[in-house]
Design a binder for this molecule. Structure first.
Ligand code: ADP
Ligand code: ASP
Ligand code: MG
Length: 816
């Protein structure tokens, strides 16, 4: 004998009900089978709404009533039962009784819990009766059982308690005389006086367990709309997956801590009789679902699941008068229990100075006043403070038997919360070690669930969510690189890079599942969302994905100005945009502080020398205890190209023109030739080396004659430059006559920063440069005789994007 229960979504429409009949038929059941059903999906909510409207004398109640009735009649028709006279008679009588009571509520403007139970419980009465008729029409031997005739409860309307001795006897008695399928109303029961009661919202699961335990069923199957109990609530954690098997205790903890898939009291009757509970998906009957039994589960993962209670309040009692005094907590919890307030979690500091406990928000005010009443004397004597109430909190519980005796789970848990910038308000571990609970701010809930899920179940594969701004040369190259190497990263490094947001100057697009890296241009073009920096940031924050990285591939000042704000939202930043780091020193410090405070990464290796390891090398030297004496560098790919090619037989203006033609310069080459860009890079190096410096402290000796700088347009500039070709030729001839070449060198020498055109001889490391090479030479205490030199291509979209990509990947490592 087995008992099956089909929840609201499994019987929401005629189509779904047919599916249920198919499932039952295909099981080829022999002997008795109990089929407990819920109300059609959504009907209980509507019945409650209708009742409240009536009590509020809102005439809309009658509309809701008619909608509910019409929905049932329509389903009956669609099931082909319109000729079933008995069924129609039953429905007519039921709706007429409901209407009468409802009208009474409307007249007296009062809705007692008792009346509400009567009205809200009828969803099950209707659905079970209709489904029984449908089964009969499918030639299944099926009876209808109104659970009110067998399940006996007390008079706690809304959440009645079962009298098992009477109930079990009734159920056994009933089944003794039956053969075949019995369709049973879930959720409802009755008192000894025949008053209708309900078993609490979600209580149809409980009905199935009560029936199953009474008849010693071999198995109780709960059919719902997901593949069993999942590692987390699938509505909140998209990567949740179904758990193959678990123990009753684990299932109990999961459901107590909010996993709606099983109604909490359901487990006890099954456990008492050791009847396996199987949770299955009526939309995918072939899936095995979750098997709940006494058998300890196979240790696939250290934890089984993560649940949450979304809304709680935390109350704290504290004061010097609590230390070493026996019986304080007894008095505290006694006062709560007298007021019938359920305590969800308790934590006590080891100093005994404070006790905090969580209750439902609706109980918080009553709890506070009851406790203050109980401790009135101590409060008056100032031995104990008034009870502190914190609202807008949630509890996350990590559950699993394998956590017992396995160190490290809580470490991993808190590390993951910390890395994602989620602060922990309180924490408690049950003595069974079956559950570690953490109180956090409600606004962090989704992010916390996702990052814990990632850390505890998917730590093998880490996901990074990239929010990119700027799809120009560097941005589009980066997208191409990610798209090309993604699979390799997934397979070889267990790293999943998902681009979850993108924007160009006009439009923006988002997708938490990842945007197409092939079709992003079309997606951006056709997007209806205009680019707006503030809404981009708001959206990125709102998506609340764990391990989010903001990648700025622009040179926009306004975007750079929002970095501190973005970091403060616990989002890491990778940027080739050097504007932020070369702004004011105060801002430079603030960005680092913010990143540190939020435990996120701020990475900008590509600010200097594109993909070359310049900043990392500098930082490695410093953190290993070395001291920087001097930095000399050619930091501009553009200027490097110009001077490397300014050889005998060429004119300076021709070379600049050539550089521009090849796309090596900014649209106005003076941006490069003025030394401004080099100055920003040198400033960043100086700051990294520990100098508190501003841009104006850098001494730039101008390369260009004044007339070139003054020219109004780019064309005028070239005309002026041509006129000055003689001047540059003279400079070149002067140096070549000494066997030297010209190099535009940035220098940091004992705290003094300067940029100037210099002549270097053959012995100098900067003599042999080619293409658009950058070169950076560090003279340090250790590298004193011969400086440490980093040299290579220091400009270009490919190498810059590769540098950005490398930093994104390195953040993946940080989250390990
Ligand atoms: P039914 O109407 O079948 O009783 P419920 O809506 O009561 O269905 O419960 C199933 C729902 O519970 C799922 O659709 C899912 O959204 C939610 N849920 C919350 N936590 C979990 C979890 N850990 N595993 C599975 N489902 C969960
Ligand atoms: N129909 C009831 C509810 O929605 C009981 C159940 O479905 O389990 O709460
Ligand atoms: Mg349910």
């Amino acid at each position: 004998m087995i008992v099956l229960k089909f929840g609201g979504t499994s019987v929401a429409t005629a189509q779904r009900i047919k599916g249920v009949a198919d499932i039952i038929t295909s099981m080829n059941l022999r002997g008795n089978t109990g089929v407990v059903v819920s109300a059609f999906g959504g009907v209980t909510d509507e019945l409650i709404r209708m009742s409240r409207l009536a009590a509020a004398r809102d005439d809309e109640y009658i509309i809701v009533f008619r909608d509910i009735r019409d929905r049932h009649l329509k389903t009956v028709k669609e099931l082909g039962l319109h000729h079933d006279k008995k069924l129609h008679h039953f429905l007519e009588e039921t709706f007429s009784a409901l209407h009468d009571i409802l009208h009474g509520v409307y007249l007296v403007k009062e809705l007692s819990l008792r009346t509400l139970d009567f009205l809200s419980g009828h969803g099950e009465v209707l659905s079970a009766r209709i489904i029984a008729s449908y089964f009969q029409s499918r030639k299944l031997t099926a009876d209808y059982l109104d659970a009110r005739t067998v399940i006996r409860t007390d008079e706690t309307f809304g959440s009645a308690r079962v009298d098992f001795s009477i109930t079990n006897r009734n159920i056994r008695e009933y089944f003794r005389k039956r053969r075949g399928v019995v369709v049973i109303t879930g959720f409802v029961a009755s008192t000894g006086m025949g008053e209708m009661t309900t078993l609490g919202r979600g209580g149809s699961d409980y009905t199935a367990a009560i029936v199953g335990a009474a008849i010693d069923a071999e198995e109780i199957q709960i059919w719902t709309d997901v593949d069993g109990v999942m590692t987390a609530d699938p509505r909140k954690v998209r990567k949740a997956f179904s758990i193959r098997s678990m123990t009753y205790e684990e299932a109990m903890e999961m459901s107590h801590f909010g996993a709606k898939v099983i109604h909490p009291p359901t487990i006890q009757p099954a456990l008492d009789k050791k009847i396996p509970l199987v949770i299955k998906n009526s939309f995918r009957p072939e899936h095995a679902g979750t098997y709940i039994s006494i058998k300890p589960s196979d240790p696939e993962f250290l934890v089984k699941g993560i649940s949450s209670i979304d809304k709680i309040s935390l109350l704290t009692l504290q004061g010097s008068g609590m230390v070493g005094v026996a019986g304080i907590s007894a008095r505290l919890f006694n006062s709560l229990s007298l007021a019938r307030i359920n305590v969800i979690l308790i934590t006590q500091g080891s100093s005994e100075h404070t006790i905090s406990f969580a209750v439902k928000p609706e109980d918080a005010i009553l709890a506070k006043s009851k406790i203050e009443e109980a401790f009135a004397l101590e409060i008056r004597a100032k031995l104990i403070e008034r009870v502190r109430v914190e609202n807008d909190l949630s509890i996350i519980a990590v559950i699993g038997e394998n956590m017992r005796n396995t160190p490290g789970v809580s470490g991993r848990m808190f590390q993951s919360l910390g890395k994602n910038g989620i602060s922990v308000v309180a924490t408690a571990q049950g003595s069974s070690e079956l559950n570690i609970s953490t109180v956090i701010h409600r606004k962090d809930l989704d992010k916390a669930l996702n990052s814990l899920h990632q850390a505890l179940f998917l730590s093998d594969v880490k996901t990074l969510s990239v929010f990119l701004i700027g799809t120009g040369l560097i941005g589009s190259t980066l997208i191409r690189q990610i798209s090309k190497h993604r699979q390799h990263l997934r397979e070889a490094r267990s790293l999943e890079i998902v681009v979850t947001g993108m924007a160009n100057s006009k439009k923006m697009i988002f997708d938490a599942d990842g945007l197409s890296l092939q079709k992003y241009k079309e997606l951006l073009d056709s997007s209806s969302e205009k680019m707006d920096l503030e809404s981009y940031i708001r959206k990125m924050h709102g998506m609340n994905l764990s391990q989010s990285i903001f990648v700025d591939c622009t040179s926009d000042e306004r975007i750079a100005a929002s970095y501190a704000h973005i970091l403060s939202q616990s989002i890491s930043i990778v940027t080739p945009n050097k504007v932020a780091n070369s702004g004011s020193y105060a801002q430079y410090v603030k960005l680092r502080d913010e990143a540190k405070r939020r435990n996120v990464r701020f990475m900008y290796e590509t600010n200097v020398g594109a993909g070359l390891p310049v900043i990392n090398t500098l930082n490695d030297l410093l953190s290993s205890g070395d001291r920087i004496l001097k930095i000399e560098a050619v930091l501009s790919g553009t200027l490097s190209f110009i001077f490397n090619n300014f050889l005998k037989g060429t004119s300076f203006s021709d070379i600049v023109m050539e550089a521009k033609r090849r796309g090596f310069t900014e649209p106005d080459p003076r941006t490069d030739l003025s030394g401004k860009d080099v100055a920003r890079k040198l400033l960043i190096l100086a700051r990294e080396a520990g100098y508190k410096m501003e841009l104006k402290d850098i001494d730039i000796s101008q390369l260009l004659p004044a007339s070139c700088l003054k020219a109004k347009s780019v064309n005028d500039f070239f005309t002026e430059l041509k006129k000055n070709d003689g001047y540059f030729e003279q400079l070149r001839n002067k140096s070549s006559s000494k066997g030297k070449v010209l190099r535009y060198i940035a220098k940091l020498d004992r705290g003094k920063a300067s940029i100037s055109l210099e002549e270097v001889g053959q012995a100098h490391p900067f003599f042999n440069l080619s293409g658009s090479d950058n070169i950076i030479s560090f003279t340090t205490e250790r590298y004193h005789e011969r400086p440490l030199v980093v040299k290579g291509p220091g400009a270009g979209a490919e190498v810059t994007a590769a540098g950005v990509f490398a930093e994104i990947i390195s953040i993946g490592k940080y989250f390990e």
